[in-house]
Design a protein around this ligand. Structure first.
Ligand code: G1P
Length: 293
């Protein structure tokens, strides 16, 4: 069983659902409390043992690259002002030199195409894929749970995180059908990207965390447009599942779809309520806003 060392983060999306906030700023840099969305997802990957972080960017996304670099002027000013804890925070988050890679998806052809853009950077080894729109609040994180499940399979398997959602939201996601369980995982029997309610095989959706074998790249090369006319990773996974073991993991934790305004705002509240330095004051403020004593 080959280890998972690299992770792909597709960050090329236009973020139109958050305009005008995302006119000049990538949506992945919107803060959840005081960390950008993308930083939360990178934290999750780091905690799971990922050693190399591959970002699929696009035009207007250069600030993401800057975020994962040093900021000398800022560091100097903080040093002069003896802001030790701020300096420590910055150095804790800084990736080791040489452990990040950035490549551009030149045209918005879909998530499958974005992943395919990483083929040279990933090479012939299994990898993790994390969609920064999705946050999962739990310790250990969602990817760490998947890594454990991956090791337990003792084979070069593919694993996707799945969770239940109400049927009226099903058409926004990739939806799976599951079969027999093996440990904490289930065999995936079906996958459909953005099905109608009637066509959905279950109420279990793909949550935006994947462990995939490198054979996916060959399939993506010939993948035709699917839902929304875009090259979908789900369609390539359907073909991969015919040749390789494919499992779903019902992970522990609460997920937030930060691609939606309500999901993003809920994530902010939930992550702030989990912080000792903010929670007491915020709880009071929420009560006040809701008109409670
Ligand atoms: C993508 C995937 C979908 C998955 C979803 C999770 O869709 O294609 O299978 O369920 O992320 O957020 P998107 O949100 O990019 O439309």
């Amino acid at each position: 069983m080959k280890p998972i060392r690299k992770a792909i983060f597709p960050v090329a999306g236009l973020g139109t659902r958050f305009l005008p906030a995302t006119k000049a700023m990538p949506k992945e840099m919107l803060p959840v409390v005081d960390r950008p969305l993308i930083q939360h997802v990178v934290d999750e990957a780091r905690e799971a043992g990922i050693e190399h972080f591959i970002f699929i960017t696009g035009r207007n996304k250069a600030v993401i690259e800057d975020h994962f670099d040093r900021q000398f002027e800022l560091e100097l000013t903080l040093k002069e002002r003896r802001k030790k804890s701020d300096l420590e925070l910055l150095s804790r988050d800084l990736p080791e030199p040489g452990t990040t890679s950035f490549t551009r998806q030149q045209s918005p052809l879909g998530l499958g195409h974005a992943v395919w853009c990483a083929r040279e950077l990933v090479g012939n080894e299994p990898f993790a894929l994390l969609l920064p729109d999705v946050l999962v609040q739990h310790k250990p994180g969602c990817l760490a749970q998947m890594m454990e499940a991956y090791r337990a399979t003792k084979e070069n398997a593919n694993i996707i995180a799945v969770e239940e959602v109400p049927l009226d939201r099903i058409q926004s996601y990739g939806v799976v059908g599951i079969g027999k369980s093996k440990g904490k995982t289930f065999a995936i029997t079906e996958m459909v990207e953005k099905p109608t309610r009637e066509a959905a095989p279950s109420n279990l959706i793909i949550t935006g965390r994947y462990i995939l074998q490198p054979e996916i790249f060959k399939l993506l090369e010939t993948q035709q447009g699917g839902a929304g006319g875009e090259i979908q990773i789900t369609d390539a996974m359907i073909r991969l599942a015919k040749a390789q073991p494919f499992y779903g993991l019902k992970f522990e934790g609460r997920s937030f779809d930060c691609g939606s305004k309500v999901g993003f705002l809920s994530a902010n509240v939930a992550y702030a309520l989990a912080r000792d330095d903010i929670a007491p004051a915020l709880r009071e403020e929420i009560k006040r806003l809701l008109g409670e004593k």
